[in-house]
Design a protein around this ligand. Structure first.
Ligand SMILES: [Zn+2]
Length: 440
């Protein structure tokens, strides 16, 4: 791409993004529609469920209408392709930024004014993040706004959604350059062994962000307040106490302004714990369902999933950085002169670094998904034991089929699912129930 058409291209990309946003279908009252598609039942229905886990699972699954199943299958399968398009977009952005020479000019100007290498990485990192965010904007608007409305999953209109994107980009523009400055510092200090030290630094940085995120970043998007309904708060706190979670409050946040998705989390690292549930969970589910979900979340906390997750991710990172180290050296030998990249520590190579690392992360998707999915299955088992609400949990799993394919093949689940499939989770709940009925 020639220098002259870079900025017109950026303007064109912004215009395309605006068009996608304005043409998006609006999904009003999606909550009512989504709930309507799963046949409601009473306690009488639950009491009459067969004891055989497979038969009980089938009874739950039969409540998803064919239309609802077709819609959630299409939504979820589209997500497989989006993983690929996200990678393609990252590579396109990298290619545009390298071939247009726009970052090279920025580097040369910066080097004339200051000799600080750290400052150079900070500004180059900021430039890269801003420009690549703009280049991939059409896909972001399609994926995060158009498509969510197309499937009736979002509640937000375009302007507030764009406002949140701007906040998220601003946060990335602060955190991203700082992180890159750290990594490039490691590359300069340990040019041969940086993949190991880079992974150590990344894991440390991630832990720091997990500490700051709930306090400083999450409130930028949602309002958190203590739950006042004692009928919900007390059973949750009781379950938390019984399992040694150090907390004495439960918070709710207004996720319904963004979507109808139900969710909760027990976050906290280094001895802190906060139990947080969204208002969709409060509005759309019953107490047994809430207890089922919170039992699962308490499971993540008690089973130290943050720590095992960080260690597992650290291993993925060491391998990834080693691949990056090799591929970057190869690419710079081959194309460095053409683009003006001097060596691995030159931040002009950022588009190459991000492009190569994205290819690695794309290839690692099944591994990352399996790591998460295994933890989720563990939290499910913990949650059933803690809450003793198999029907409540099965009911929630049924609601999750709004956006998660309900019954995938085994290979499909291995590659694409970061949670066990809804059918498997319902079966696990019914199996727990059957075994406990036997014990009674
Ligand atoms: Zn979970």
């Amino acid at each position: 791409m020639s220098k002259k058409i870079f900025w017109p291209t950026i303007l064109f990309v912004i215009a395309i993004s605006a068009a996608i946003g304005l043409l998006a279908p609006t999904s009003h009252n999606a909550a009512a529609r989504a709930i309507g598609e799963i046949a409601p039942v009473s306690d009488v229905w639950r009491a009459a469920l067969p004891h055989d886990p497979a038969a009980a699972t089938d009874a739950y699954m039969a409540r998803i209408s064919p239309a609802a199943k077709a819609r959630s299958d299409a939504y979820f399968e589209g997500g497989y392709w989006l993983t690929l398009w996200d990678l393609v977009m990252t590579l396109v952005a990298s290619w545009l930024l390298l071939t247009s020479g726009v970052l090279a000019r920025l580097r040369d100007k910066l080097e004339q004014r200051s000799r600080s290498k750290g400052l150079l990485v900070l500004v180059m990192g900021l430039g890269y993040i801003l420009l690549s965010t703009l280049i991939s904007l059409p896909l972001t608007v399609y994926q995060g706004f158009y498509r969510e409305h197309e499937y009736g999953l979002a509640n937000q209109t375009l302007l507030p959604w764009l406002g949140e994107q701007a906040i998220a980009t601003a946060v990335a523009c602060i955190i991203g350059p700082l992180f890159l400055a750290l990594i490039y510092w490691v590359i300069r200090r340990a040019p041969k062994t940086w993949p190991v030290w880079g992974a150590v630094v990344t894991v440390g940085f991630m832990s720091f962000m997990m500490l700051l995120g709930p306090v400083y970043i999450d409130p930028l998007f949602n309002t958190y307040k203590p739950i006042t309904d004692e009928k919900i708060k007390q059973p949750i706190l009781s379950m938390a106490r019984a399992n040694g979670v150090p907390t004495d409050n439960v918070y709710e946040f207004d996720a319904s302004k963004q979507s109808n998705r139900i969710s909760a989390n027990v976050s906290g690292i280094f001895g802190s714990a906060a139990v947080r549930m969204n208002d969709n969970l409060l509005k759309r589910t019953t107490l047994p369902e809430i207890k089922g979900v919170l039992g699962h979340e308490i499971g993540h906390y008690v089973l130290d999933h943050i720590y095992t997750g960080i260690i597992e991710f650290g291993i993925i990172l060491v391998v990834g950085f080693a691949f990056l180290h090799w591929a970057l050296r190869y690419s710079i030998t081959r194309w460095g002169q053409q683009f003006g990249i001097r060596d691995a520590s030159d931040p002009l190579g950022l588009p190459l670094v991000v492009g190569i690392f994205s290819i690695y992360m794309f290839a690692a998707t099944p591994v990352l998904n399996t790591m998460t999915r295994v933890q989720e299955a563990q939290a499910d088992a913990f949650g059933l034991n803690a809450s003793q609400e198999p029907d409540g949990f099965a009911e929630v799993d049924l609601k999750l089929t709004e956006y998660r394919k309900s019954n995938p093949g085994d290979l499909e689940e291995f590659f694409f699912f970061d949670h066990p499939s809804p059918k498997k989770r319902i079966f696990a709940s019914m199996r727990w129930k059957a075994e406990h009925l036997k014990l009674d």
